[in-house]
Design a protein around this ligand. Structure first.
Ligand code: UTP
Length: 300
């Protein structure tokens, strides 16, 4: 299949780059990977995995490092725990533990020996992805959607337009320097072709306020482009630079997904997500609401 003929109709593989240092959550992340921090009762990684599986992915590639054994352990079978729950007749809990990864889904772990940037982490997944289009999900961007998940929406767009897709959301101009920013001048409805993508621009030179969030649908060609990039500051290879190179040869769309994204890579984002998901839980919502009201009154 030539470069132009990537078949986006059936995407099965998703990459989860989870080899970052997570310094914003130190000291917790000294031993607990950021992706294992819980929002209510599930770790961040579980939300991203559920979104990928719901979109139809059956091969999940985790790019980890030697400090992140907890992630592999989490997706492994917990024989003793399952046995005890089974014997104790705790079927509902057993179901929860077993459903962490459905039977038809396989998890593959690859190592990023050094944290050399998101682009480099994605490149580490190449041997598993091969010559297929694939998804990338950053689990610290937690997306709450009432209908189909963000990735499922992106797969639909990629399939119908035969193009790669990058998720975006509008951010205040003063925040653009924290994001990759796209220029998609003919943006209409929810999507538009990306003409330019820049990493963390200063507000006065940013081409727009459409910020990239952690969901991508990419063609396999991205790997050779990432490979040929000259590492930037700190020896890092940026995914944004790989996508910028890709734009020169194939169309990529920016897509404003339906849903709310929480930046759980930041402390306030994790707090906001916890509040949102607590308010969505049947058995927690009332108590959470009551506590929040009281806390706000006391701290007014
Ligand atoms: P972040 O920019 O959030 O960095 O990475 P970080 O190290 O995880 O967290 P802080 O900023 O130190 O608190 C964005 C995503 O890219 C992955 C991270 O795991 C996260 O999912 N990443 C980043 C890698 O897998 N490898 C890298 O070399 C860099």
């Amino acid at each position: 299949m030539s470069r132009a003929e990537v078949d986006y109709r059936r995407i099965r593989k998703a990459v989860f780059p989870v080899a970052g240092l997570g310094t914003r959550f130190l000291p917790a992340t000294k031993t607990v990977p950021k992706e294992m921090l819980p929002v209510v009762d599930r770790p961040l990684i579980q939300y991203a995995v559920d979104e990928a599986v719901a979109a139809g992915c059956d091969t999940l590639v985790f790019v980890t490092n030697r400090y992140k054994h907890a992630i592999a352990d989490y997706f492994d079978k917990a024989y003793e725990l399952e046995h005890r729950l089974e014997q104790g007749g705790k079927d509902d809990l057993l179901e929860l533990v077993r459903n962490v990864l459905p039977d038809h889904v396989r998890a593959v772990f690859v190592t990023q020996p050094e944290a050399r940037g998101l682009g480099h982490a994605v490149l580490c997944a190449q041997p598993v992805i091969g010559d297929e289009p694939f998804a990338v999900l950053l689990p610290d961007d937690l997306i709450f959607a009432r209908g189909p998940g963000a990735l499922e929406q992106m797969f639909a767009l990629a399939s119908e337009s035969a193009a790669g897709v990058v998720a975006v959301q509008d951010v205040p101009r003063e925040q653009v320097s924290s994001y990759g920013i796209v220029d998609a001048p003919r943006f209409s409805g929810d999507s538009g072709r990306i003409e330019l993508i820049v990493e963390k621009p200063a507000p006065e030179v940013a081409p727009s306020t459409l910020a990239v969030v952690g969901r991508y649908v990419l063609p396999p060609r991205i790997f050779s482009l990432l490979e040929s990039l000259v590492p930037g500051r700190g020896g890092e290879i940026q995914l944004t630079d790989g996508i910028e190179a890709l734009l020169q040869e194939s169309p990529m769309l920016a897509y404003r997904f339906a849903g709310r994204r929480f930046d759980c890579g930041s402390r306030i984002g994790l707090i906001e997500a916890t509040i949102q998901f607590a308010l969505e839980h049947d058995d927690l919502a009332e108590e959470a609401r009551r506590y929040m009201r009281a806390a706000l009154e006391q701290n007014a």
